[in-house]
Design a protein around this ligand. Structure first.
Ligand SMILES: Cc1ncc(C[n+]2csc(CCOP(=O)(O)OP(=O)(O)O)c2C)c(N)n1
Length: 571
């Protein structure tokens, strides 16, 4: 017989039983009994109090990405849950397993629009597709373990994603003797043998095959087997948008990232391929070049799509073959396909794919501050297992283009970046990564607009000692005084008509960081970056490096002036 304790304590025990030792959140009076549970079990589980629920939910997403297990975020009702929505949406679009716990008004007050009351099934529920896989309100304390176990199953099985458990405050404060359930073991889909045989014959008929890999739920073993499969079949491999770390970027079969700012030669190669093998990745708008590299609904290429979620297979594209298979075992499944004896006919195609990738590393020199050189310097000096984080904005184009991410089999995830394109993701993701992996260094690259959406989490980093161990925590803020991405689109569509995209007044980012207890440096020219970054790598605490970039430098390929001129000429 389990001893009687508050349901709030039972909840914390259930989380621990699922292997959770860190929860990110902002406290609220709606879940005091659960906060008391964290106090009860301090030493075995920690509650990281963040400064904004947007930051907390991004941190939980980063936790989910790093561990391939649900990250956990705990927030209060109405206002807290509303603030947390951005992380929930990101976890949904990124297929990140996550559990959002929300305090709720007491059962006896329900449906009166009581203080901060919201109906979360309406707000986040499947009726509003795109926010959560499942939303449930726990009415009875004895059923808490059942709900928690189902939440973990739902978050990790099939296409991973976020789930929401709503917890009325009176329920949390009620005693229960319900025992917690053991850690769930997710079911892993494996393709039918016939489907694998068919896939093999499609490969044998191909002349220009290309694999596009990504998605969440991979294990190191499966990533290693994926590499074996690619090597056995000499397949060129591209990585889906913001899943650039799925396949080792140093590998001679690596073809580059299939996302925003794609190498034009790779985009052409995707179109020219006669067989696309999409493995673990969603064929979303960013990975398909706005559904143009693979035309909808019937691509010109033959298409084999392997994905964990039944609902994802055949959702947009009429593929030639669909294989329901979890990334955790996808590599092993594919590695069972025996390659033909002798050389494969597409060896030259694969070699040129990698040559194109290498050539794309060449950068045009930019003065006085060269972003390509900045990223290359970071890569040269940072340890190989460094975790890179970013939010959304044109600044990320340099990071994505010039960073060579290690494959998942080497260091797990090394890229934490939102496929949802959510600004403000990078700082909290970096803080979370640093707290969860204190031995690894973490480098965040942020835009000036991007940074200030969640920059308050610098305080969370200091409060919990992020970046004070062997691993360093460094945030590089690219300050061009503008919402540069939007300005780029304006210059293309409405040249010369700048509206709403100037930031007008920015803080002194280095002074701001120092106020939070971070070390800081300001860099205005390329030569100053290396010493600043080396100092940050040697520092005993976190460092912010403020880069002042000319606002005209729009992307690694062009300037605002050139975009405006081209748009005006085209009129
Ligand atoms: C939360 C959120 N709000 C708005 C946007 C739309 N948006 C995309 S990029 C961008 C500008 C980014 O500016 P900045 O961080 O300064 O980077 P830059 O593009 O200048 O490099 C905006 C407003 C978004 N993606 N996410």
């Amino acid at each position: 017989m389990t001893r009687s304790r508050l349901a709030g304590h039972a909840l914390v025990e259930a989380l621990m039983a699922q292997g959770i030792d860190t929860v990110f959140g902002v406290p609220g009076e709606s879940y005091l009994a659960a906060l008391d549970g964290f106090h009860e079990h301090a030493g075995r589980i920690r509650f990281i109090a963040c400064r904004h629920e947007g930051g907390a939910s991004f941190m939980a997403d980063a936790q989910g990405k790093l561990s391939a297990w649900p990250g956990v975020c705990f927030v209060t009702r109405g206002p807290g849950a509303s603030n947390a929505a951005i992380g929930l949406h990101t976890a949904f679009q990124d297929s990140t397993p996550m559990l959002l716990l929300v305090g709720q008004v007491a059962g006896e007050q329900r449906d009166r629009e009581a203080f901060q009351e919201l109906d979360y099934r309406q707000v986040f529920g499947p009726g509003t597709l795109g926010m959560a896989k499942w939303v449930a309100e726990v009415q009875h304390p004895d059923r808490l373990p059942e709900y928690v176990a189902r939440a973990f199953h739902t978050a990790v099985q099939g296409r991973p994603g976020p789930v929401v458990l709503v917890l009325p405050e009176d329920m949390l404060a009620t005693p229960t003797t319900a025992p917690v359930l053991p850690r769930v073991v997710p079911a892993q889909a494996w393709p039918a043998p016939g489907a694998l045989r068919e896939l093999r014959s499609m490969l044998l008929q191909a002349e220009r095959p290309l694999a596009i890999v990504g998605g969440s739920g991979w294990t190191a073993e499966s990533a290693r087997a994926l590499q074996r499969f690619a090597e056995a079949w000499q397949l060129p491999v591209g990585c889906g948008f913001r899943f650039q770390d799925t396949f080792d970027n140093h590998h001679p079969l690596y073809a580059g990232d299939v996302g925003i700012g794609i190498n034009p030669k790779l985009a052409a190669r995707v179109r020219e391929a006669d067989l696309i093998l999409a493995i673990g990745v969603r064929l979303g708008e960013m990975t398909t070049g706005g559904y143009r590299h693979l035309t909808v609904p019937r691509p010109t290429q033959r298409l084999a799509h392997l994905h964990a979620g039944a609902e994802e297979l055949g959702r947009v594209y009429a593929a030639d073959i669909l294989l329901q298979c979890a990334p955790a075992v996808a590599g092993q499944a594919l590695a069972t396909l025996e390659p033909p004896a002798g050389a494969l006919p597409w060896a030259a195609w694969a070699a040129s794919a990698h040559a194109d990738y290498e050539a794309n590393h060449e950068a045009m020199a930019v003065a006085p501050l060269d972003m390509a050189q900045v990223i290359k310097t970071v890569q040269r000096l940072a340890p190989p297992d460094t975790i890179y984080t970013n939010g959304a904005g044109n600044f990320s184009a340099w990071l994505h283009r010039y960073t060579r991410y290690a494959g998942l089999q080497h260091h797990g995830r090394t890229q934490l970046a939102p496929t949802s394109g959510a600004m403000g993701y990078g700082v909290p993701a970096a803080v979370a990564a640093s707290l969860l992996c204190p031995d690894r260094s973490v480098v965040n690259v942020a835009g000036d607009g991007d940074f200030l959406m969640t920059g308050q989490e610098l305080a969370t980093a200091r409060a919990h000692g992020a970046g004070t161990g062997t691993g360093k925590l460094i945030s590089i803020v690219v300050d061009n005084g503008t919402w540069g991405t939007i300005r780029m689109h304006q210059e293309r569509e409405y040249p010369g008509r700048v509206s709403g995209s100037d930031l007008l007044a920015n803080p002194d980012f280095a002074a701001l960081a120092r106020a939070y207890g971070w070390q800081a440096a300001c860099v205005t020219a390329s030569a100053e970056f290396e010493p600043a970054f080396a100092t940050a790598l040697a520092a005993s605490g976190p460092t912010l490096i403020h880069l002042r970039l000319d606002s005209d430098v729009s992307t690694p390929r062009t300037t605002l002036t050139a975009l405006r001129a081209a748009a005006l000429k085209g009129r």
